[in-house]
Design a protein around this ligand. Structure first.
Ligand code: FUB
Length: 325
């Protein structure tokens, strides 16, 4: 009898564990990527009732791509190729290849496109999210070697009061307030931080008055590539790394999930994360594809772990007066 008393609860625990493990989703069949072919470092944004993706063109060893494309969608599922929006050899005088990791920001009806080119950061401007974009400066906004680490992976965040901030860098996360023109800044005001685990791909957004700085950890060729975050009360920090990290990482056949961006569905508190993963099957750090999954928060505003097997469903934009609100 004594033995039975011990065995029955243990058996109950075992059976519960067995039944919940049976509920674990199939991690061998990943959802299809959202863009056809190999595209990495997706920067997602919403302008008006339309979502846009600005990725790196992937598929060459050493990431030697020379041009950037833009994609648009009304529902985050069906994406239209808007074509090449910046062709380095044609549109720049100062860099020809390594077209990496772009970011878009809108201010006063103009669209500013920040991008890495030959390990410098450039900025181009257009009247529409789909371009045509024109090199704004005729030289890099942040030249190669300006600071420690690589001058890549820009991100521009425009705060509610119209102040804009540029974040960038591999090795360190550099931050500076942009001038009103969005294409200049005071170099003496740059700060460089390195949250624990930071490697590259910073992304910033604001929710309920809190600033979220997210980034990628490990190397993009490493299957452990993943995304972590920290929060602050101001866009320049100080940032405190969250306890529950990483919030995005591969599982099952999904490997190397990282270099992400985040979008809020206009008019709703509904959020999605765009990221790349090794192409399935047969991908690696030079052959990556773009995915999108829902991103949720708990009541305290902590980001909950993302399910890389979950995809957007029935996304509908609620039209609001001001963009992105
Ligand atoms: O796509 C080229 C480089 O790989 C990016 O700049 C990094 O963030 C990494 O994803």
């Amino acid at each position: 009898m004594k033995v039975l008393k011990k065995i029955v609860p243990a058996l109950a625990v075992f059976l519960t564990a067995l039944s919940s493990s049976a509920q674990i989703k199939d991690t061998l069949n990943a959802p299809k990527p959202v863009l056809p072919g190999v595209f990495a470092d997706p920067h997602i944004a919403a302008f008006g009732d339309t979502f846009y993706l600005y990725p790196t063109t992937d598929g060459t060893e050493g990431w030697m791509s020379t041009y950037f494309t833009c994609w648009s969608s009304k529902n985050l599922v069906d994406w239209k190729n808007e074509g090449t929006i910046l062709d380095l050899p044609k549109d720049l005088t100062w860099a020809k290849e390594r077209a990496w990791a772009p970011a878009i920001a809108e201010k006063n009806g103009k669209y500013y496109y920040y991008f890495s080119a030959d390990v410098n950061i450039g900025v181009a401007v257009a009247d529409k999210p789909t371009g045509p974009f024109k090199d704004a400066l005729g030289k890099p906004l942040v030249p190669k070697g300006a600071l420690k680490g690589q001058m890549i992976d820009p991100m521009a965040f425009v705060d509610d009061d119209g102040s804009a901030y540029l974040y960038w860098g591999q090795g360190n996360c550099n931050i500076v307030k942009l001038n009103d023109d969005m294409v200049s800044y005071d170099p003496a005001k740059i700060i460089s931080i390195k949250p624990k685990g930071y490697n590259e791909g910073s992304f910033v957004f604001k929710r309920n008055g809190k600033y979220y700085l997210m980034w990628s950890e490990f190397d993009t060729r490493d299957p452990r590539y993943s995304v972590a975050y920290a929060t602050a009360d101001s866009p320049m920090g100080p940032f405190t790394k969250a306890e529950l990290n990483p919030v995005l990482k591969g599982r099952g056949v999904v490997k190397g999930a990282g270099h992400h961006s985040v979008v809020k569905v206009p008019g709703k508190d509904e959020w999605y994360i765009a990221y790349h993963r090794f192409k399935i099957p047969g991908g690696n750090g030079y052959n990556r594809e773009t995915s999108i999954s829902p991103m949720r928060f708990d009541k305290k505003g902590n980001i909950l772990p993302v399910d890389v097997f979950e995809t957007p469903k029935n996304v509908k934009v609620k039209i609001v007066k001001a963009f992105n609100k």
